[in-house]
Design a protein around this ligand. Sequence first.
Ligand SMILES: Nc1nc2c(ncn2[C@@H]2O[C@H](COP(=O)(O)OP(=O)(O)OP(=O)(O)O)[C@@H](O)[C@H]2O)c(=O)[nH]1
Ligand SMILES: [Mg+2]
Length: 377
Amino acid sequence: MDIHKMLAAMHLKPEFVTVLPDRLVKTGQDFILRCETNTERVNVTWMKKGQKLCCVEGKHKTEKNGTTVSLEIKNAEVGDEGNYTVTIQSSTGSDSCSAMVIIELEEWRTVQWMQAPMISTLKSFKISGENVRELRFLLYGPVGAGKSSIINTIKSIFEGHQFINCLTASAVTGESFTKKFEKYNVGNVPFTFYDVMGLEKDKLKGVHTEDIISALKGHVPNDYTFKECAPIDEDNRYYILKPTLNDQIHCLVSVIPADKISMMDEEVIQKMKEIRAAASKLGIPQVLFMTRVDQVCTMTQQDVAKIYQSKKIKDKMMECSNRLGVPLNCIFPVKNYSEEIKSDEKLSCLMLEAFTQIVHSANDFVKKNSNEKKRVE
Ligand SMILES: Nc1nc2c(ncn2[C@@H]2O[C@H](COP(=O)(O)OP(=O)(O)OP(=O)(O)O)[C@@H](O)[C@H]2O)c(=O)[nH]1
Ligand SMILES: [Mg+2]
């Protein structure tokens, strides 16, 4: 190099010429994070999750070869997930760039990614209780959890066109949009949903836990508007005094948004636990749908079929399990149609898996209770 070029290189402010790309890595793989700088005369430091990277012998290998800087990580494991930053520095300045590394777990729950057979099985489903016309599901959970969106999504799947936002609220209002005990049929299948006002932390706001418990037992008629001032009771002229198995709820679905579980108020959690305890007492099966999974995991946002390989999703499911006391195998992460215009088979399959589960649970409840009724008669 001639002397002028050398002098120019010495005064060059260090900059990255290429950036570190984000990486999606399978467990067990070796991988390299690499980028190019404009000058060799730099010191390089690597950080992971905002802290200086502690290089472990046989695990990490950092290199600087000419203008190429790299970090090799061997045998990727869950702990390697995170944001990596590389900084180059010289007497003339510094530059840094970052990349996100996501580790894909071995798939830990399998889903059938073809919707047609699942839809046709559900369309030909026969309820096991003689006098039960339809299986009834009640969705409950905090304001804006995605309860109405679940109904929209399931209706879209069965009816073949979309119901985007016809009954959903904006995520920003903070107050529940659904005020009525409204019944929603799904296509031509014998399944109906009830969607109740979101639970709010203030005791006098949102739906009362007593109202939800009355609905579970079958005392609340269709289209009843919940009153914030007082829960429904026998004195109310709409109260169903002697509900039959047809008036009852056959499966309770708690709905929790994955991106808000950490911030959920303890009072709302307590209300949900009370409702779950009442359902347990009545023998009503219960599951939890964890919505808005795309908001917590980029890998899932890009490809729903990767959901059961995501550590983020598993962590959020564990958090739901711990906070609400629901076993992990009763938790189903789902994504709703919210902005997708076209139908998305993977999104539908994920929802159909969860839906098939609640159909079977509700049917078992109906079967058991109609048998018991027969024995009493
Ligand atoms: N990105 C994303 N957004 C979702 C998903 N599910 C619901 N949403 C959005 O979240 C917001 C709230 O959804 P709703 O279905 O209205 O929630 P809700 O539980 O019925 O709310 P209330 O009736 O007010 O208690 C809406 O803006 C939805 O579009 C999801 O899986 N992913
Ligand atoms: Mg709603």
